[in-house]
Write a protein that binds this ligand. Structure first.
Ligand SMILES: Cc1ncc(COP(=O)(O)O)c(C=O)c1O
Length: 392
């Protein structure tokens, strides 16, 4: 059967969503030979063996059926236990919904908490999905600039200034994609207090919590404003499980219950054997050993990338202490947009980097480099970049 060429009538809603701006760059790169991509947004590691084995055993044991919509109780208990042990935060299974990654957790939060007439504050630059989620929820979008002089942290005074009567929620994401910035306790506390004073929600997206360097610490927003916070988290980055689609949201039980209503009709439940493997990921020492090892490798790659970049002409890396990205400032004297600059590197070095403008207007002037790539490849890419930049 072949579909006829015709015009389909679509719901206007679907046209609100923008496909990623960086698609053209990737398409161009795919037509070229010998290209190294530093655009990757996922771990290059395989999922730790012990987690894979747990999924296989679960299948053999018959975990092939539907589960409760909110997720298997024992898995939610393991998540609660993790927050208690790791951060000293007390949450209950009723505060937790298991989702298909942080993407779904975020989407559910937007759909459950926002509607037309509400505004959401989204930092600029920010990971790409928040703006699209806001549009689908028909919420107004207020961008809050993140500035290098403030280490790309939210400035509490600017946050207060941005809040209006319509403001319902602010999105926070630390350790931050794309800037690699981390949040300090003082700012986390201040944001928590502001959220309580102005009665707004904090959607805190924290999938990079374990990739911290130079002694940096994670400050989960749940600690500072539990009644106002919806936490989105994921197994994707921590345990190198992007393809498994496993994440969760934590929040007040009433809100979680309403998020489950929507989740029940979209996803139903996350795959049962994947949830069982999630229990092993959280409870088995071997999976945490694997996380430690990944962090060590990322840390050494980060040093290599920062060393190379700090010696290159026309760029200046921001020394953020989290994630597996480096945020790199382009010399303003070059008078190139971040897209021009990424294009130059693709054509002259055969290296893909992500133009900062993909993450918002304030991201222009920067590019994002991912070091979720083998050391040899990374070194090769750095050498090529150095040569190409010396020729500008
Ligand atoms: C900040 C941030 N949030 C959410 C996601 C989505 O992750 P998941 O695989 O958990 O849906 C990503 C993935 O790159 C991310 O960087």
């Amino acid at each position: 059967m072949r579909y006829k060429k015709r015009k389909y009538f679509l719901a206007g809603r679907i046209n609100l969503i923008n496909r990623s701006k960086i698609r053209e760059l990737f398409e161009k790169a795919s037509r070229m030979e010998d290209v190294i991509s530093l655009g990757i947004g996922e771990p290059d590691f395989d999922t730790p063996e012990v987690i894979k084995e747990a999924a296989k055993t679960a299948l053999d044991e018959g975990y092939t059926h539907y589960t409760p919509n909110a997720g298997i109780p024992e898995f939610r208990e393991a998540i609660a236990e993790y927050y208690r042990e790791f951060y000293g935060i007390d949450v209950d299974v009723n505060n937790i919904i298991v989702t298909a990654g942080a993407y779904e957790a975020t989407y559910l939060a937007f759909q459950t908490l926002l509607e037309e007439g509400d505004d959401v504050i989204i930092p600029d630059p920010a990971f790409v999905c928040y703006v699209e989620d806001a549009k689908i929820a028909e919420a107004g979008i207020i961008r809050l600039p993140l500035r290098e002089e403030n280490k790309f942290r939210i400035n509490p005074d600017e946050l207060v200034e941005a809040i209006t009567k319509r403001t319902r929620m602010i999105v926070i994401n630390y350790p931050n994609n794309p800037t690699s910035a981390v949040l300090d306790k003082k700012t986390a506390k201040a944001i928590g207090e502001i959220a309580q004073d102005y009665n707004i929600y904090i959607l805190s997206d924290e999938p990079y919590e374990h990739f911290l360097y130079e002694g940096a610490k994670h400050h989960p927003m749940l600690k500072y404003a539990p009644d106002n916070t919806i936490l989105a988290n994921s197994f994707s980055k921590t345990f190198a499980m992007t393809g498994w689609r496993l994440g969760y949201a934590i929040g007040p039980a009433q809100i979680i219950r309403d998020m489950v209503k929507l989740h029940a009709y979209v996803i139903g439940n996350v795959a049962s054997f994947v949830q069982i493997a999630g229990i092993t990921a959280l409870r088995d020492e071997r999976s945490w050993e694997a996380v430690k090892k990944m962090r060590r490798v990322y840390s050494s790659r980060r040093r290599i990338v920062l060393d190379y970049l700090s010696k290159m002409p026309h760029v200046e890396p921001f020394r953020g202490k989290g994630t597996f990205y480096t945020w790199v400032k382009i010399d303003p004297e070059l008078d190139m947009t971040s897209e021009d600059f990424a294009d130059y590197l693709l054509e002259n070095a055969g290296v893909v980097v992500i133009p900062g403008v993909a993450f918002g207007e304030y991201g222009d002037g920067y590019v994002r480099i991912s070091y979720a790539t083998k050391k040899e490849t990374l070194v090769e890419a750095m050498e090529r970049m150095e040569k190409a930049l010396e020729r500008i």
